[in-house]
Design a binder for this molecule. Structure first.
Ligand code: ZN
Length: 151
């Protein structure tokens, strides 16, 4: 195969990947950085999806001990108390209290250059309830948070 043809095959593959990603409402990719920010402030979860997948990528350079990030989902009503309690759970528990039933889903804590994903059932989401996603690394939840709309 000539280089010319190879590049076209690669381009077609990339375009197809982007097309699928843009049209798959049952998953989302979110970035977090060294400035303590998520790349999105809100996203939607459709109940027509039986499960939902979130990929979290830390695009910064700092280690997970210094600038670790995770993504935790709770109802907005539970958010503050889950975040505060999670801090004392420590990094070994990804700053999430073990077996806390208020947590709908959470990723592990990652550092710069790392990526992680979780796939979880949407059954715990109820329409009409407000949900919040946040980073439970100590000190981050006040800034690193956003809203989930269930549709
Ligand atoms: Zn964080």
């Amino acid at each position: 195969m000539t280089n010319f043809k190879k590049s076209h095959v690669i381009l077609a593959a990339l375009l197809f990947t982007q097309y699928v990603a843009a049209n798959d409402k049952c998953k989302i990719s979110i970035e977090a950085n060294d400035a303590m920010a998520f790349s999105t402030k809100s996203f939607e979860v459709s109940k027509s999806c039986t499960s939902f997948e979130i990929t979290l990528t830390h695009v910064g350079k700092m280690t997970k001990q210094v600038m670790g990030h995770n993504l935790v989902i709770t109802s907005t009503a539970d958010f503050s108390s889950v975040a505060i309690k999670g801090m004392s759970a420590g990094i070994d528990n990804n700053y999430v209290t073990p077996n806390d039933e208020r947590v709908i889903a959470n990723t592990i804590v990652i550092g710069g250059g790392e990526s992680t994903s979780i796939k979880f059932p949407t059954g715990k989401f109820e329409k009409g309830t407000d949900y919040t996603f946040f980073c439970s690394f100590p000190g981050h939840y006040a800034i690193m948070k956003g809203k989930i709309s269930v549709i």
